[in-house]
Design a protein around this ligand. Structure first.
Ligand code: ADP
Ligand code: MG
Length: 437
């Protein structure tokens, strides 16, 4: 085998010479063989994304040498680098990076037009990729019309646009539920096995390593170890995920989080129903939040008579509730991603994300909200997300009059909105304080 990517003593600093300087890659030596399936694995902030960006030519290393296909990329101009990237390396970004003003088809065709292909040819090729990813029905839609899983598939289709030899995926499972994560892993494996692509994945989730052939462990800007493994015969990624024994503490925290959310949410959504109905609903809701059942099955269970093991809601209510829960499942993924980002970069502005969450909170609030109220609400949402205030304080701010810098909502509305907010927060609390299980 020959090395398709080679790094020799690579160092990369961010903000070099400034007080904020970060030595993100420290003397990296690495060879990636053609046709390998490689993972960089390590905790948040250890330099995984940086290493991808270094050999993809997105971030420039200050010292050392980087060869792709035997070519020293330091010698390329920015334009040459851009073209090099478009044709050699397909990147599946963590945050999808889909252009909101273009349709799905145009997004996937775009990298082809960068390398000089005509519109018609590009769009034909793009359509084939969309078919392969089973998302061609959405070709003429825009990003905002897609679920997280669908956006991820668009991101993958776009990465394949110029048929690059190397596919790079930065935390491709971060925003997805188990079922969608399973699909992505299967697809990466297929690209490696059937298409013979060199696949490089970044992950901090050990359960996603099962198909990988070479694992580079990273810590603090360095590669601390490398393991070559023979992939196990195909097993169900979801069950592997649930039976995960490698990181029991994390698994427990996640399960607990779903448990808390399911409880808060059940009481919230089935107000006025009997205890038995709420309990039954909670059990299935938990399965849905964990991606163990699909939305269709969830809706059926809600509709099914209580005596037959269902929740016994009437059809219209079951449908509406199932849709509502889908919104929450998606918002939980969104907020989870945002929380991870601000945990790492607390200085980052999250105004857009906050606004989206505010709009979602206000979806079933009928009267019009003044721009002052909306601003005050944004501030409260941001404070809650950064954990500056508790669930109870969040409600108090919402209820407080505007002249005292509150949002000025009625007590009942404040209570409802803060309960709704907690359904998507990772450490859910009730308004009365942390839940006792
Ligand atoms: P990982 O992907 O493993 O979570 P990163 O490669 O994103 O880690 O980051 C490695 C280190 O470099 C972190 O300390 C991070 O804060 C810092 N860093 C990453 N990108 C930048 C940037 N654009 N400017 C300044 N520092 C950065
Ligand atoms: Mg990263």
């Amino acid at each position: 085998m020959s090395a398709i990517i080679k790094l020799v003593d690579v160092n990369l600093w961010y903000d070099k010479g400034k007080p904020t300087e970060v030595h993100a890659l420290k003397g990296i030596n690495l060879e990636i063989e053609k046709g390998d399936y490689v993972a960089f694995f390590g905790p948040s902030g250890c330099g995984k994304t940086t290493i991808l960006y270094a050999f993809s030519g997105i971030d420039r290393a200050q010292s050392g040498k980087i060869f792709v296909n035997g070519k020293d990329i330091a010698g390329l101009s920015s334009t040459e680098l851009a073209i090099f990237r478009q044709t050699n390396i397909g990147i599946i970004f963590q945050q999808f990076n889909i252009l909101p003003s273009l349709t799905v088809l145009q997004n996937v065709a775009l990298p082809m037009s960068f390398v000089g292909k005509g519109v018609k040819e590009s769009e034909e090729e793009a359509m084939k990729l969309l078919k392969r990813l089973d998302i061609d029905d959405y070709a003429h839609r825009y990003q905002f019309e897609l679920s997280g899983g669908q956006q991820q598939r668009v991101g993958i289709a776009r990465a394949l646009a110029n048929d690059p030899q190397v596919i790079v995926a930065d935390e491709p499972l971060g925003n997805l539920d188990s079922a969608n994560a399973n699909n992505v892993l299967e697809f990466l494996r297929e690209l490696n096995e059937k298409d013979g692509k060199t696949v490089i994945m970044v992950t901090h989730e050990s359960w996603s390593l099962q198909d990988v052939k070479t694992i580079h462990y990273m810590k603090d800007g360095m590669i601390t170890g490398t393991k070559v493994q023979t992939p196990k015969p195909k097993t169900d990624v979801i069950s592997a995920h649930l039976a995960n024994e490698i990181d029991p503490a994390k698994k427990e925290a996640e399960l607990l989080r779903d448990e808390l959310s399911a409880r808060v949410l059940s009481n919230f959504l089935l107000r006025g129903y009997s205890m038995d109905e709420v309990r039954r609903f909670e059990v299935h809701l938990k399965q849905r939040l964990r991606g163990q059942i699909r939305t269709k099955d969830f809706e059926e269970i809600l509709d099914k008579p209580f005596k037959d093991g269902g929740v016994g809601l009437w059809k219209g209510k079951a449908k509406r509730l199932a849709e509502y829960v889908e919104g929450i499942v998606e918002k939980r993924h969104d907020i989870h991603a945002v929380l991870q980002i601000i945990e790492k970069h607390p200085e980052l502005a999250i105004a857009d994300e906050v606004r989206q969450i505010r709009d979602w909170l206000l979806l079933d609030y009928k009267s019009k909200v003044s721009s002052e109220k909306a601003l005050a609400l944004d501030q409260a949402v941001s404070d809650r997300m950064r954990n500056y205030i508790s669930a109870k304080q969040f409600m108090e701010v919402l209820d407080m009059p505007e002249r005292r810098n509150g949002v000025g909502l009625s007590f009942r509305t404040a209570e409802r909105l803060s309960e709704k907010m907690e359904t998507i927060m990772s450490g859910a609390e009730t308004i009365a304080g942390p839940l006792a299980l």
